[in-house]
Design a binder for this molecule. Sequence first.
Ligand SMILES: Cc1ncc(COP(=O)(O)O)c(C=O)c1O
Length: 407
Amino acid sequence: MQQNKSLGIETTCIHGGHTADANRAHLTPLYASSTYTFDNVEQGVNVFSGKEEGYIYGRFGNPTIEEVERKIALLEAYGLKDTSGNDLQLYAILHASGMAAITTLLLSNLKAGDKIISHPSLYGGTQEMIDKVLPSLGIGTIIVDMHDYSKLSDLIKTDAAIKMMYLETPANPTLQCIDLQALSAIGKANNLVVCVDNTFSTPLLQQPFKYDVDFVIHSTTKFLNGHGTAIGGILIGKDAGRMNTDVKKMHRLLGGNSNAFDAFLLSNGLRTLSLRMERHCSNAQKVAEFLQQHPTVARVNYPGLVSHPDHAIAQKQMKDFGGLMSIELNGGFDACVSFMNKLKVCTNAVSLGTCDTLVSHPASTTHCGVPREHRLQSGITDGLIRMSIGLETIEDLIADFGQALLN
Ligand SMILES: Cc1ncc(COP(=O)(O)O)c(C=O)c1O
């Protein structure tokens, strides 16, 4: 199914990217095959050289995987136009994980001597990748507060080595938001490759390509799959030439390809994305309002609260405020341990975006590889708890948090 603005986004979640199966299967089946056959040597030559369409080898492509790639590309492009006024065409490559998608993104766009400019409070794995792995390849990073636009512009202008702007909004786990329109404009004015991790929002709530960014990544492990059944990541770009050449080449050579089973699970999860996001958002808003007025809670970071410092930015670029929040308790780390151990309905686990509510302690889990000083500067204190609010009955969630907060 091609993009068609007369079809709703819910219809796109369900039918987008589907092509009729040769055997009339209702759902695209799992193509569990590592390689594909050719009728003769000549056909093999033609498929390899791109003269003829066809599958070659599982690391290069697979029909189950490609259906999901088309669906997610349609969702990120939904309702957007290119500079000529045509429906925006996007190209997506599914990876084995969010980190694999990020690695392809970084290594296909940067070389020794280049620098990335980014902001505090990134997903811990991304932070470790840019702090610990990229420097050994000669790629540097500058982390700055991206709320001060003139300072940021001046900084970029003074350093010609800065080639990429990497953004995550809302950011993991502090839920800080940054202005995609303003930052992308600064990035583009300085010829930077602008990239956005859109994992927390999904294309249902936020579409970074609206602001002319170059690449979007998702950990599909999270809301896009929605059921916690498979690790995955997707890299989406708007430049067909680049996506089909150097980006695709890097993906194939790094070998972080997905597989048919995980793609099938992702495809099924996506069919209910719009319904799930509605409930994630409405439950999270109610939980945030409940926690905000609770005497034992020192702070609630949820972009849907007017008290959130970036509420106006979130309101401008997000259709709703998502299912993630983080909180700090008055009693610090000890209170946080006691709270988490008392939860009965909510689950103590890392990851996010599943149907059930997951609660985790970033400092000791997802961000344990980030040096403490660096963590604290990013707002990731020892007493911060991250919560991914699920689809349970709201009264059950509020009762569970209420009893766990009692001393
Ligand atoms: C915002 C964000 N980006 C990227 C990743 C990495 O994704 P994955 O665990 O699928 O490799 C995560 C994982 O938690 C994340 O939260």
